[in-house]
Design a protein around this ligand. Structure first.
Ligand code: 5GP
Ligand code: MN
Ligand code: MN
Length: 499
């Protein structure tokens, strides 16, 4: 297959390789079906993926997940594993919305309990949970709150009374990055975060009440506490202005302080700080703090959501409604992780064909619009799920199904323990606004699918219309067939609030 001069070889079912040539350190691989590849080939994704292989220290192929599409410099749906000793770390390969991510909250409610009350519920949620571009969060973030959130993440939030003990365990990294360094987050970024602590933001971020429509793996669904007809809540948001400002701050500093490395890259948007440099350490620490902030953001929204459900259903959200966190996963993140890679005669990660052996190395695993999907028995999978694998939550769209997967047995060898993070966009926001009208989209969802959407802005609804996304069923089919993330359950929207 060839797209715009970029040739791909089919290695096996769902695995396509852009062979190494010129200054590429490694080949690039796309994990997709024929149909998805066709869509991925339409925008700039493949060129961006090939460019990413030029990043110094990239070991093993740069990867694009089945939901991939173009992003800032590095594709959304991209996974780049870069040697943490000899390589680099790239803010563009993490993304502007640091730890944009999604969590699922279980309930003991059945669809029948909610049916007929969708509007009441959606109105109450919309009222209680700050969304849109305007300021304001669930709490007023004074300096102490910001510091607590940046330093200690969900641990801080639970201590302050915005959650329950089990929220900690059911979150990637237990809701706290150990290497967060708030002192490397600029005052400007902190100021931007102050009145956004507990806010959805705009655009692609949402809170959706859903019902479980299908269960595919009974034993895993049992472990996750999911069953057919059950009502669950999905919360998708990130680090708001604070994360965006931090990404921006470090991109500008990298451009100034590491211009030589920048010169060697095919795209300025891939700007990276060399491993071991002061700037790499500072960005890594600042990013960790932003990750914590995003977790606190989702935690505060969870707290409010529990309060709203308690009011609407006149019951205790924990004791009666059993609103426990299923899991919380990050979309945009780079983390030091140890993985097996090819090494050369000198023991350093090998470039190209020089590998003489395979060995464990510490890598900066960049996941941008990709979800960690660790398999059963991995020590970082919370105890409650260790025997079945990590929950992976894959939103589809406000008019299609979403999925819960579990980290698959092949994920460590195929994708550095990663899989897709959504359906993935088919078209840009600009194009979406030309194709769709928000009010019509809302009316159709309600009359044809009984889905109630409430949004701050009609433009947002148009930009996020179901038609702007790829087929989520196809994305998870590929993930399942590759064995990197196995389908556990499918959900469908009941009502949804957006920015
Ligand atoms: P992203 O993190 O790239 O902004 O979005 C992740 C995924 O969320 C998208 O690829 C899309 O499939 C999904 N998504 C966007 N809006 C909605 C929504 O309103 N409801 C659901 N269930 N999924 C959505
Ligand atoms: Mn985001
Ligand atoms: Mn996201």
């Amino acid at each position: 297959r060839e797209f715009d001069g970029i040739r791909l070889e089919k290695l096996r079912e769902h695995v396509w390789e852009i062979p190494r040539e010129g200054d590429m350190n490694v080949p690039a691989r796309v994990l997709a079906s024929e149909d998805l590849l066709e869509e991925i080939g339409e925008d700039d994704t493949l060129r961006q993926l090939r460019n990413a292989t030029h990043l110094p220290g990239m070991v093993e192929p740069a990867l694009c997940m089945p939901d991939g599409h173009q992003g800032y410099g590095f594709p959304v749906g991209g996974v780049g594993a870069i040697d943490a000793r000899t390589g680099c770390i790239s803010p563009g390969a993490v993304g502007y919305d640091i730890n944009c991510g999604v969590r699922m909250v279980r309930t003991s409610l059945a669809y029948d309990d909610v049916r007929g009350r969708e509007e009441e519920l959606v109105d109450a949620l919309f009222e209680a949970i700050p969304s849109g571009l305007g300021g304001g969060g669930v709490i007023d973030g004074d300096a102490d709150a910001i510091d607590g959130a940046l330093e200690r993440g969900v641990e801080w939030a639970v201590e302050e009374g915005y959650g329950i003990e089990s929220d900690l365990a059911q979150c990637e990294d237990e809701g706290r990055r150990p290497d967060a360094r708030p002192e490397y987050v600029s005052q400007k970024a902190k100021d931007r975060g102050r009145n956004q602590l507990g806010s959805l933001g705009s655009g692609n971020h949402f809170l959706e009440v859903q019902r479980v429509t299908d269960v595919f793996r009974d034993e895993v669904a049992d472990a996750y506490g999911l069953s057919e007809g059950q009502v669950v809540v999905l919360i998708h948001c990130g680090s708001r202005g604070l994360g965006h400002q931090t990404c921006n701050d470090y991109l500008r500093r990298i451009e100034r302080e590491h211009a030589d490395l920048l010169e060697s890259l095919p795209d300025k948007e891939l700007a990276a700080a060399p491993a071991g440099s002061e700037l790499a350490e500072e960005y890594y620490g600042a990013m960790g703090a932003c990750i914590n902030f995003a977790w606190v953001n989702r935690q505060l929204i969870t707290h409010r959501t529990r309060e709203v459900f308690g009011d609407v259903f006149d019951a205790d959200p924990i004791d009666d409604l059993e609103m426990e966190l299923l899991y919380d996963v990050a979309h945009n993140i780079a983390k030091k992780e140890t993985h097996e890679v090819g090494v050369g005669p000198d023991g350093l990660p090998a470039v190209g064909d020089e590998a003489v052996d395979r060995a464990d190395r510490e890598l900066y695993v960049h996941r941008k619009g990709a979800t960690r999907a660790f398999p059963a028995d991995h020590e970082e999978v919370p105890e409650a799920y260790r025997s079945v694998g990590q929950p992976v939550i894959i939103p589809g769209s406000m008019g299609a199904g979403s999925y819960v997967l579990r980290g698959g047995s092949e994920s460590m060898s195929v994708s550095f323990g990663s899989t897709a993070h959504g359906a993935g966009r088919l078209m840009s926001r600009t194009q979406a606004k030309q194709e769709f009208w928000g009010g019509d989209v809302q009316d159709d969802l309600e009359s044809e699918q009984a889905i109630y959407v409430k949004a701050q802005s009609g433009a947002t609804v148009a930009e996020e219309a179901p038609g702007v996304y790829k087929d989520v069923d196809e994305v998870v089919r590929v993930s399942d067939e590759l064995g990197i993330g196995d389908t556990v359950a499918r959900t469908f929207p009941v009502c949804n609030i957006k920015g």
